[in-house]
Design a protein around this ligand. Structure first.
Ligand SMILES: Cc1ncc(COP(=O)(O)O)c(C=O)c1O
Length: 397
């Protein structure tokens, strides 16, 4: 990274931002095998690309309504009722956003005053720290652990509620833990939210990725929860559309009224062409996803088998496409482990956020986003490094 002038009035600010966010975007480098990317390696389905092309040809290149094009809002409402069991009015209860990321920042800006808090199961998606920081809000991590696949314990959650707590951010299926909260857990969280008068933000971005017996319970579908739940979701992961930047917010009309002007202030509207492509994605065929999910599952099993062989514990992934690995046995913290594996084996693995969240200091995040041959090669190389580290520091967790 280029350095910055030490003596300008903004230098302190630059230093503060760099200290708050020490991680920089990692650019894929030739020759390295990346085993922890959050970007699907499958292409956007062709019928979706074609819809984007047609939208361009048809001249859909201007601003859209603040809340997004009506056919897409209608399709989102239809899907919310059919898949998630949540009935919403497309005219007043849906906003199309520039990705799920924008959805969360808009919500935090709309409902939290500086210094107020949201609870979130930890380890959590590192980017949400940046969103909270922008809003002046604090995320309060609620610990979870690998031994029960990072399930959130409602009693632990409740114990973290304080006078500044305004709500709970639920991410299920989860990044980076791959937890999918069980129906009884979600029900207990709903009860806690009602008893303590909390808002719930439910990030369901990975809802299409579930394995074994896991099912996604949309908390907004539970009795009494729609009025206090803001569901956020997007097209990035399930439809391999990370660069198209489309997500959405679904909530009661009263909540939407507070979020809509902020959404407009942030991005005016989601990209018009991308909204038409997203419409094709959500209303089009979904049979193409069956083999895609089977491939992610094959990679998941490959990961688990390799880690079992290396003797590194992990939370069994029930959803999303990640696996959170406990590297205590390798005798290094996660930044050092990541550096060592990259330098010695040409394998990129990281993303645990270890430098900033103590709960991830000895974890790294693997992902199922590399093709099987690359994954097997990367895991074999990583295994050799782990074996060497073990010989040097045979601390088996
Ligand atoms: C849990 C979670 N929420 C939100 C996002 C942001 O997604 P989008 O591309 O829809 O903005 C990500 C991206 O990795 C994520 O993992």
């Amino acid at each position: 990274m280029t350095d910055f002038p030490q003596s300008r009035w903004w230098s302190d600010r630059v230093r503060q931002v760099r200290a708050t966010f020490p991680h920089q975007t990692s650019v894929p480098q030739p020759g390295l095998i990346t085993l922890s990317s959050g970007t699907p390696d499958f292409p956007t389905p062709p019928h979706v690309v074609e819809a984007g092309r047609k939208a361009l040809a048809d001249g859909h290149t201007a601003y859209t309504p603040w809340a997004g094009i009506m056919p897409l809002r209608e399709a989102i409402a239809e899907k919310m009722e059919r898949v998630n069991g949540v009935k919403v009015n497309p005219g007043s209860e849906v906003i199309v956003t520039t990705g799920t990321q924008e959805a969360l920042i808009a919500i935090l800006l709309a409902f939290l005053n500086p210094g107020e808090e949201m609870l979130i199961a930890a380890p959590f998606y590192d980017e949400y720290r940046r969103d909270a920081w922008l809003a002046g809000a604090d995320l309060v991590p609620v610990p979870t652990s690998a031994h029960n696949s990072y399930e959130l314990d409602p009693a632990t959650l409740e114990a973290h509620i304080g006078p500044k707590t305004k709500g709970i951010i639920l991410v299920s299926p989860n990044n980076p833990t791959a937890a999918v909260f069980r129906p009884a857990t979600v029900k207990a969280i709903a009860k806690i939210a009602q008893e303590h008068d909390l808002l719930v933000v439910s990030d369901e971005l990975y809802e299409m990725f579930v394995y074994d017996d896991a099912t996604v319970t949309s908390i907004a579908s539970l009795p009494g929860m729609k009025e206090r739940t803001i569901t956020i979701n997007g097209f990035s992961k399930g439809y391999s559309m990370t660069g198209w930047r489309v997500g959405y917010i679904v909530a009661d009309a009263g909540l939407i009224q507070a979020i809509l002007p902020i959404h407009h202030g942030l991005t005016i509207c989601a990209p018009a062409v991308s909204q038409w492509a997203a419409l094709a994605a959500i209303t089009g065929p979904h049979d193409w996803f069956v083999p895609v999910l089977a491939e992610y599952d094959r990679r998941r099993r490959t990961w688990m088998a390799a880690l079992d062989k290396m003797g590194l514990p992990y939370g069994r992934p029930r959803g999303a496409y990640y696996i959170l690995i406990d590297i205590t046995g390798a005798g290094l913290d996660s930044p050092t482990f990541s550096r060592t594996v990259r330098d010695e084996a040409g394998v990129v693995i990281g993303g645990g956020g270890g430098a900033v969240d103590p709960s991830t200091l000895y974890t790294v995040r693997g992902a199922f986003t590399s093709p099987l041959d690359k994954l097997e090669e990367g895991l074999a190389r990583m295994a050799r490094v782990v074996e060497r580290l073990r010989e040097k520091a045979p601390v088996v967790s």
